[in-house]
Design a binder for this molecule. Structure first.
Ligand code: NAD
Length: 437
């Protein structure tokens, strides 16, 4: 039975068919809905299913009071949004950043659903966050914040319900605290409650590097199609955290010259190519990227428009927008961050020859190896790093080529092709399972 073809319309704000009053004012959520509608127009999808996909299944807002080092009590606000549980437990990162809000988290949860669909993982999408500046909190404040957040969201998480992972501002240690807090509350060790944990407590070898490695595999596929040898390519990277630093390292190892790197504190450039291993050591010693000797500091707003072969945004969303899209000077845009390009910028880029590797494919290496970790924790059976990397590369290549073939066959943009694949997979599952009750 084929679902009827439908035409759906975004209203003036780019909201979904029946806007959700809780999220509709968020520009990031509007952006996610606009993308969903574009993908829905490219495929056959039942309007009832589309209506369900446009609304996150569950959202929770929690107060997180903690004692600061000087003894006073401060409240933080935390969020967890589960977009879909149709394909399995929901899966998604936890972000600590001052600008985190409910709409942003809901958009990121929706993108996670499409990403898991494209990669054919047995997960739905989720995302969480706490509005805070992690750099302004001590380690013990971060621990109290994380543990209290975990307790507040206990009723809606679980290894078969919702599994968290690191995202911006969180890391392996954050996951270790969540694992411990959850395990203490249920009374047994439950490593499969989070992924991206330290390896010695059930983490997966290669998980920390997985997103950056996946980004690099995609870039290499695109360069090969464009017949550009990596040793002749240059790159510019925004963000030097987990994803940005690993991507720089992997590109550097393959001979790509990294011309400029920026983070929240500053931006550096070296036309001869930044010495990435030396920069990694510099940062590991607790120093800032902008203070790296041997590279000149440049204004942050020059980073994204620096001429290069590959531009890699690996920090925040909506950094490529109507204001700067026409000034990009790259051949490939590899979206390592989630949602770095607005739909308005997409329209502008569609008139250029820039090869876009959309976020839902480009950064899917992280959730893919998170899936490997979850499977290993459940089975208590450990894979080697070679096994992890070989399987990651295989799944990333397969997804990349499925998206590329669909885009060429149906004359779609890479983004619409990728989103259509992800949306279609979940829509079909919803159709088969039916509407409860
Ligand atoms: P991170 O916290 O490790 O690093 C974030 C980096 O962004 C830091 O270098 C920070 O200084 C920089 N940054 C912050 N604000 C900035 C600004 N205004 N201008 C320039 N740089 C700024 O985070 P991460 O885990 O590397 O995540 C980066 C992006 O990748 C996010 O969009 C995240 O959602 C996405 N992502 C991460 C993973 C993962 O496995 N960690 C997986 C998929 C997608």
């Amino acid at each position: 039975m084929t679902a009827p073809q439908v035409t759906v319309h975004a209203n003036g704000n780019g909201n979904c068919h029946h806007p959700n009053p809780v999220f509709e004012n968020s520009p990031t959520f509007q952006m996610a809905c606009r993308q969903l509608l574009t993908a829905a127009e490219a495929i056959e999808i039942d309007p009832g299913i589309l209506e369900r996909l446009a609304h996150p299944k569950r959202a929770i807002v929690v107060s997180i009071p903690i004692e600061r080092e000087d003894g006073h009590t401060e409240n933080f606000v935390g969020f967890r949004v589960q977009h879909s549980l149709t394909s399995g437990p929901s899966k998604g990162g936890l972000r600590y950043h001052p600008s985190v809000d409910l709409g942003e988290v809901a958009a990121l949860a929706m993108w996670m659903s499409w990403k898991c669909g494209i990669m054919n993982l047995p997960f739905g999408g989720a995302k969480g966050g706490i509005a805070c500046d992690p750099a302004a909190l001590t380690r013990s404040e971060l621990e109290r914040l994380t543990r209290r957040f975990t307790v507040e969201v206990l009723p809606v998480i679980g290894p078969r319900v919702d599994v968290m992972a690191p995202d911006m501002g969180t890391d392996e240690q954050t996951m270790a605290w969540i694992y411990d807090t959850y395990s203490m509350s249920v009374g047994y060790a439950c490593p499969e409650i989070v992924t991206g944990k330290p390896v010695e407590i059930g983490g997966c070898v290669g998980r920390r590097e997985a997103t950056g490695r996946g980004v690099t595999y995609c870039i290499l596929e695109a360069l090969s199609e464009l017949k550009i040898h990596p040793a002749e390519a240059t790159a510019v990277v925004q963000g030097f955290g987990n994803v940005g630093s690993v991507t720089c390292q992997e590109l550097h190892q393959r001979g790509v010259k990294v011309l400029a790197i920026g983070d929240r504190y500053g931006t550096i450039r070296d036309p001869r190519g930044i010495d990435v291993p030396a920069l990694l050591k510099h940062v590991a010693a607790g120093k800032l990227v902008k203070d790296f000797p041997g590279a000149e500091e440049i204004p942050a707003d020059e980073l994204l428009t620096t001429p290069c072969t590959v531009l890699v945004p690996a920090a925040l969303e909506r950094v490529i927008n109507a204001k700067n899209a026409a000034r990009l000077r790259c051949r490939v845009l590899a979206e390592a961050a989630n949602g770095p390009t607005t739909p308005d910028a997409d329209d502008i880029l569609a008139r250029s020859d820039i090869y876009i590797i959309p976020d839902v494919v480009c950064n899917a290496g992280g959730v893919t190896v998170s899936y490997f970790e979850w499977v290993q924790d459940i089975q208590q059976l450990w894979w080697s790093e070679t096994e992890v990397n070989v399987r990651l590369q295989e799944l990333m290549r397969r997804a990349f080529h499925q998206v590329r073939c669909l885009a060429l066959e149906r004359k779609l943009t890479m983004r619409t092709a990728a989103l259509s694949l992800g949306v279609q997979k979940i829509a079909k599952e919803k159709q088969r399972r039916g509407l409860y009750p």
